[in-house]
Design a protein around this ligand. Structure first.
Ligand code: AQP
Length: 342
């Protein structure tokens, strides 16, 4: 079991990141550790270059994201925690894989279409090719399990296509260079939606802070955001089928269920027939109970920049070692003689 996943250190991590991805990092870290496997979680700072960013902020936000991940339960003694920029093998493998990835494949990526909008010509090349870097990120460690939210499923399928084509084109059938990774997507929280619009995913880059619950929000802010979340005037139904045309209500019930580690039907068995005047305060209490301790740990950890830098330095050392054999095999398969740094 080799678990690999990453998170961009731009913006504040939110409830969608937590329920869709980070909580599963922790579960799989523990499972891999107990079974003699490996878990690698990285801060995708190279990916941050795909959109406009402030260089002065990048390192500080990378450290804040490390503090958040550790506060959520990632343990540097059980997993390899690092940032991409300190492990140049990721970028190196990306270049090798750009010979295998096809323009048509990348053109079909919905995230590229969404983020580029009508201004494709004005986007950075990095925004277009970053799914290839993402493929390199997981293939370089022979990942078997990749915990992600549903929005990343298509990118992971692309990584599988790239791995498959590379193996077909350049490797012997009985000695593939890359393992085909499997996505690990939580059914109950695959896609957490914005608090302001049930048709858009909760996202770091959404301008309105009221659209998301940040893991760093204090209790009052969380309660305020939930109170102001968009809903409708109907009471809650007693079964999930009754939420079919009510995206905002469905989102709140799904968040409640994911946080309480139960099913939406169980939540509706409790709140069916009630209005949001009763449901929202209960949801705020639950959020504060689950996320408050994470926030408190984060506040404590983020002050110790030296300790956070040390976690990344140690993780990078381990990651560089783990990445080298696959990179060597890829060079060799392509007929390239790899120069070794002195
Ligand atoms: N709304 C969401 N519901 C469930 N999972 C989500 N993830 C993100 N949003 C949701 C998952 O979180 C992991 C880390 O995401 P990321 O920061 O690397 O990239 P992202 O998907 O681009 O996250 P954001 O918050 O939406 O950032 P922006 O606004 O920059 O695009 C991934 O596993 C992702 O699936």
């Amino acid at each position: 079991m080799i678990v690999v996943s990453g998170i961009q250190p731009t913006g504040k991590p939110h409830l969608g990141n937590y329920l869709g991805a980070i909580r599963n990092y922790v579960k799989l870290q523990d499972e891999a550790h107990a079974n003699g496997g490996q878990c690698l979680i990285f801060l995708a700072d190279l990916h941050a270059l795909s959109m406009p960013h402030d260089p002065a902020d990048l390192h500080a936000s990378t450290l804040e994201m490390v503090a958040t991940l550790v506060a959520c339960g990632l343990d540097p003694a059980k997993c390899v925690l690092f940032n991409q920029a300190q492990v140049p093998q990721h970028a190196e493998l990306q270049w090798l894989l750009t010979g295998t990835a096809r323009m048509g494949w990348l053109n079909r990526m919905t995230q590229w279409k969404d983020k580029a909008g009508k201004n494709r010509e004005g986007q950075s090349v990095a925004l277009f090719t970053y799914p290839v870097l993402q493929a390199a990120d997981v293939l370089i460690y022979q990942a078997t399990h990749v915990p992600v939210g549903e929005d990343q499923k298509q990118h992971l399928e692309l990584a599988r296509d790239i791995a498959q084509k590379f193996n077909n084109d350049f490797a012997n059938e009985d000695a593939p260079v890359f393992t085909l990774p499997e996505p690990y997507i939580p059914e109950e929280a695959a896609r957490i939606m914005s608090l302001r619009d049930g048709s858009r995913k909760m996202s770091k880059s959404e301008p309105s802070d009221m659209s998301r619950i940040n893991l760093t929000d204090d209790a009052d802010t969380m309660a305020q955001k939930i109170k102001k979340a968009k809903t409708d005037p109907e009471p809650l139904p007693s079964e999930v089928a009754g939420l079919a045309e009510r995206p905002e209500a469905l989102n709140l019930v799904s968040i409640y269920a994911a946080l309480a580690e139960t099913t939406p039907d169980a939540v509706l068995a409790e709140f069916g027939g009630e209005g949001f005047g009763k449901f929202k305060p209960a949801m705020a209490d639950l959020c504060v109970a689950k996320l408050g301790p994470i926030r408190d740990r984060f506040v404590e950890l983020k002050e110790d920049r030296e300790a956070l830098d040390a976690i990344l330095a140690r993780g990078a050392l381990q990651a560089r070692e783990l990445a080298t054999p696959t990179l060597d095999s890829a060079y060799q398969a392509l007929g390239l003689v790899r120069g070794r740094p002195a």
